[in-house]
Structures are given as structure tokens and as C-alpha cells.
Design a binder for this molecule. Structure first.
Ligand SMILES: Nc1ncnc2c1ncn2[C@@H]1O[C@H](COP(=O)(O)OP(=O)(O)OP(=O)(O)O)[C@@H](O)[C@H]1O
Length: 309
């Protein structure tokens, strides 16, 4: 388990991380989200003892990273996949890491196989594509067979096959009971990978909740509708929704060439349009999305109202 308690990091007058408290548990993929500059990398660096908290602490199973007896056997991390010695072969890079951490060299072949790198193990890392470097970084993270894995933006720049591979790997690692903590900017990817989310903004906690709860609490679906007679349709639907949903969730809003309708089903919109003789060029239910929920929360969160469960 990772336990951050009132974790704070200041760089001069910049408060990068501001009193952050949360726990990351085993058996889940926990997504770590936040806008650029929110403090995600700084938090991860403090988890790995690469930076020291100004105040508060972050503990790995009750111990600061720097005091772990066998850090690589406890925590594996992928921070910057390209930060390896380019002149070495993949195998030598992993052998070197294994030797300096008291890990048997037989494990190197295992992680090479696990990450699909066996065939390129004797090639120099400097010539690796981003996808191969990413796999090598993950092989290094898995070397000590750690219970806890940290991935900072692991799918950045990868092709769809690489993204699917990493997603499946993270889900499998969590299914084995490991703690998987992953930062990403890609909301659609996180929606498919993470069961739990920690969302931060300006160094503070905004949400600590299940992915499904996060989406359903913060965002609602809508009906997207296009018509060559958009103003007439807007007036018609405005009249139809104004009598509905007293909680203020029913609305018709114009977005470029289409309307977004909440508080009515697509069927009801279609029936209303047909009744008024208005042609429709598009009628679609848009499900609530993590992206919409995230945008809503991070954009409207100057006061950062908390969502926790
Ligand atoms: N070494 C440093 N010295 C000074 N300021 C820093 C340092 N590292 C980070 N910061 C500042 O701390 C804040 C948080 O940065 P951090 O890189 O942790 O955010 P992030 O959420 O990882 O952003 P991104 O999504 O862009 O990677 C930013 O304002 C950044 O400029």
C-alpha cells in the first residue's frame, strides 16, 4: 500500500504538492489524474525517494522508500523510458540492474520474455523505438517482482497495439493483487484501465473515488441532435424540456452545428421533431464519459470541492 499523509512539496514560492493525503491499495489499477503542473510527477518522485517532502510523508507499506531494504523488490517504477544508457544492450541494462539489487540473473530472461523483448535483447538500447523503450522500462520495473508498480504516463506516444499491451499488463498485475498506480493525460485510456481514481489540481486532492462513481457523479449523458432547422428545433426542445426535471438538469444548449439535450431521451427528441415536421440529420445518445467528468471537475474547481468515497 502507498500512504500519502499531508504530503507537501514547495520549490521556493511554488507549491507543487499541497497537503495531499490518500491511500493506494493492492488489487486495483489506480489512475492518477490532474492537469499539467498539478503535481503528479512531483508526487511520484517523492514516492520513490527522488525528492523529499517539505512537509508530510509518503510511505510504502509503512516505510519511506529510502529506508526500504530491497527497494526494487518492493516497488517497480517506470518514470522516463528513454532515461537509459543507449550504448548498452537491453539484456546488459537489465543484468546490471539485477546485479546491483541482488536479483538473480535468471530473472532477466523472465522479464525479457514477459515484455516481449527476448528477440531484441542483444540490441543496443539507443536504437530502440519508443514502444520498445517503454517495454524495457517496464521490464526493469518488473525485475524485482514487486508488489507495487508506479507508471508515469506509460502510454504516451505509443501505437494502439502498445497501448493495448500496457493496458492488459496493468490489469493483469492488479488482478494478481499488486498495487498499480498510473498517471495519464488520456482519459479514454484511464476509463478503460483504472478502477479507482485519484485526481489532483494545483497540488491538492480533488477526488479519490471509483472510476464509475467519478463518472456518474460528475457527468451526465446527453442527446446530440443536428437538423437543417436548428433554431426551430432548439425552440421546440426548449419548450419540451422546460416542463421537465425540476432539479435543473434538463437543458438544450447549442454547440457549433448541433444541440445538446439533457433531460430527454433520444426517442423523445425524435418524436418531438417528427411531430413538428422537423427533419433530423443526426440523433445520438452520448454516454457520460470520464473526459467530460474530468473537464467539469478540473475546470470548475477553483475552490476544488472534494469528491471522496
Ligand atoms: N524541480 C523543480 N523546481 C521548481 N519547480 C518545480 C520543480 N519540479 C516541479 N516544479 C513545479 O511544480 C509544479 C508541479 O509540477 P509537476 O511536474 O509535478 O506536475 P505534473 O502534474 O506532473 O505536470 P505534467 O502533467 O505537466 O507532467 C509545477 O508548477 C512545476 O513547474
Amino acid at each position: 500500500m502507498i500512504d500519502a499523509r499531508r504530503l507537501t512539496k514547495r520549490y521556493g514560492s511554488t507549491v507543487a504538492v499541497d497537503g495531499l493525503s490518500f491511500e493506494v491499495r493492492g488489487g486495483h489499477v489506480t489512475g492518477f489524474l490532474g492537469p499539467n503542473g498539478a503535481g503528479k510527477s512531483t508526487t511520484m518522485r517523492m514516492m520513490l525517494g527522488l525528492d523529499h517532502p517539505t512537509e508530510g510523508s509518503v510511505l510504502i507499506d509503512g516505510t519511506p522508500y529510502g529506508r526500504l531494504k530491497h527497494p526494487l523488490r518492493k516497488v517497480g517504477a517506470l518514470l522516463d523510458a528513454k532515461a537509459v544508457h543507449g550504448g548498452r544492450t537491453a539484456r546488459d541494462h537489465l543484468l546490471c540492474l539485477a546485479q546491483s539489487n541482488g536479483i538473480p540473473s535468471s530473472r532477466v530472461n523472465e522479464v525479457l520474455a514477459l515484455t516481449g523483448l527476448t528477440e531484441v535483447a542483444r540490441r543496443r538500447v539507443g536504437g530502440f523505438s519508443l514502444g520498445m523503450s517503454q517495454r524495457l522500462g517496464i521490464a526493469a520495473a518488473l525485475l524485482g517482482d514487486p508488489e507495487i508498480l508506479l507508471f508515469d504516463e506509460p502510454v504516451n506516444g505509443l501505437d494502439p497495439e502498445g497501448i493495448l499491451w500496457i493496458r492488459t499488463l496493468m490489469r493483469n498485475l492488479a488482478a494478481e493483487g499488486r498495487t498499480v498506480f498510473v498517471s495519464s493525460h488520456l482519459m479514454s485510456e484511464m476509463a478503460q484501465t483504472a478502477d479507482h481514481l485519484i485526481v489532483i489540481g494545483r497540488g491538492r486532492l480533488i477526488a479519490d473515488t471509483g472510476t464509475r462513481e467519478f463518472i456518474s457523479r460528475s457527468s451526465q449523458g446527453y442527446v446530440r441532435v443536428r437538423s437543417p432547422r436548428l433554431p426551430d428545433l432548439a425552440r421546440l426542445l426548449d419548450g419540451a424540456v422546460s416542463g421537465r426535471a425540476g432539479d435543473g438538469t434538463a437543458a438544450v444548449t447549442l454547440h457549433g452545428d448541433h444541440l445538446r439535450v439533457t433531460g430527454m431521451t433520444a426517442a423523445a427528441v425524435g418524436e418531438a421533431a417528427a411531430g413538428a415536421g422537423l427533419a433530423l440529420h443526426e440523433l445520438a445518445e452520448v454516454a457520460p464519459s470520464l473526459e467530460a467528468a474530468y473537464m467539469e471537475l478540473t475546470q470548475s474547481s477553483t475552490e476544488y470541492a472534494g469528491v471522496t468515497s
